[in-house]
Every structure is written in structure tokens, then in C-alpha cells.
Ligand binder design. Structure first.
Ligand SMILES: [Fe+2]
Ligand SMILES: [Fe+2]
Length: 160
């Protein structure tokens, strides 16, 4: 059973690799399918955070999370907007335009991952006990498995 924070960070690293692959495929005739697959898996990640991690966190009702949780929700919203834009650009935009939207998305995603890893997750580790983090990890694993998420293709994941 895995700590939910370790699990999410592992998936950030998987997505970082995926994004750098997509970067090299912006010209690919299958770009739409490539981006779509990425978005589906990305969605699984964000919904695990929104549906599993956050509700558990709210039960702790620690004051210090207030403003953080707010900016976190805004971050997620911005990400969804850019993803929508990316999808419609892939359909109708020029390569130039696709690249622009892709770069905007890529840098927002990276700053979001970094924010979670450096600011939010360390706070969560401080306020939640190990046992809860592991049982949330088990829930997250189930959530990812039900959606046939590619993280299980990575060696060693789920065995830590
Ligand atoms: Fe997130
Ligand atoms: Fe995340």
C-alpha cells in the first residue's frame, strides 16, 4: 500500500515525461489522439486529488489550509480552461497556435505540480498521520486502476 502523496508525485513525474514526449509530437498527424489520451489520464489524477485527497483534508479543518485550498481550486480551474483550449486548437488551429497553447499548458502544469510538491503536500504530510495517508493511497490506487491508468505500467509502482 502506498502513501497517497508518494503516489501522486510518482504520477507527476510520469506526466512530466509524457509532456516532453508530446512536445516532440506537435507536428504528428495523431496529435489529437495523443493529447486526448493525456487529458484522460490527467483528469484521473486531478479527480483523485479533488475527490479523495481534498475531502479527507477538509475533515481536518486546519486553518492554515484555507487560502491554500482556494488558490489550489483556482489553479485546477485554469488548467481545465487551458485543456479545453488545447483540444479545440488541436481541431482548428494552425501548428503555430497549437504550439502556443501547448507551451502555456505545459508551463502551467509544471508550476502546478511544483506548487503541490513544494507547498501543499508538505503541509498535508504535517497534518495527516501516516495511516490515513496510506489508506487514502489505497483509495487512489483503486481510482487509478478502475480507469486503467498507465501509471501501473511503470515498474515498481504500487509496491512501495
Ligand atoms: Fe492538482
Ligand atoms: Fe497533482
Amino acid at each position: 500500500m502506498m502513501d497517497i502523496i508518494d503516489f501522486l508525485i510518482e504520477d507527476h513525474n510520469r506526466m512530466r515525461l509524457e509532456l516532453s514526449k508530446i512536445h516532440k509530437q506537435l507536428n504528428d498527424p495523431n496529435l489529437r489522439q495523443i493529447v486526448k489520451t493525456f487529458i484522460t489520464d490527467f483528469e484521473t489524477h486531478e479527480s483523485a486529488e479533488e475527490d479523495i485527497l481534498f475531502p479527507a483534508l477538509r475533515r481536518y479543518q486546519k486553518e492554515e489550509l484555507g487560502p491554500l485550498a482556494l488558490s489550489y481550486d483556482l489553479d485546477h480551474e485554469k488548467i481545465w480552461e487551458l485543456l479545453d483550449e488545447l483540444m479545440s486548437t488541436v481541431d482548428y488551429g494552425s501548428l503555430d497556435h497549437i504550439q502556443r497553447v501547448y507551451f502555456a499548458f505545459d508551463s502551467l502544469a509544471e508550476s502546478h505540480f511544483r506548487y503541490e510538491e513544494r507547498t501543499l503536500f508538505p503541509i498535508i504530510r504535517k497534518i495527516m498521520d501516516k495511516k490515513s495517508l496510506h489508506s487514502l493511497g489505497a483509495m487512489a490506487e483503486k481510482h487509478f486502476k478502475q480507469r486503467s491508468h498507465p501509471i501501473f505500467a511503470l515498474e515498481g509502482v504500487g509496491t512501495l
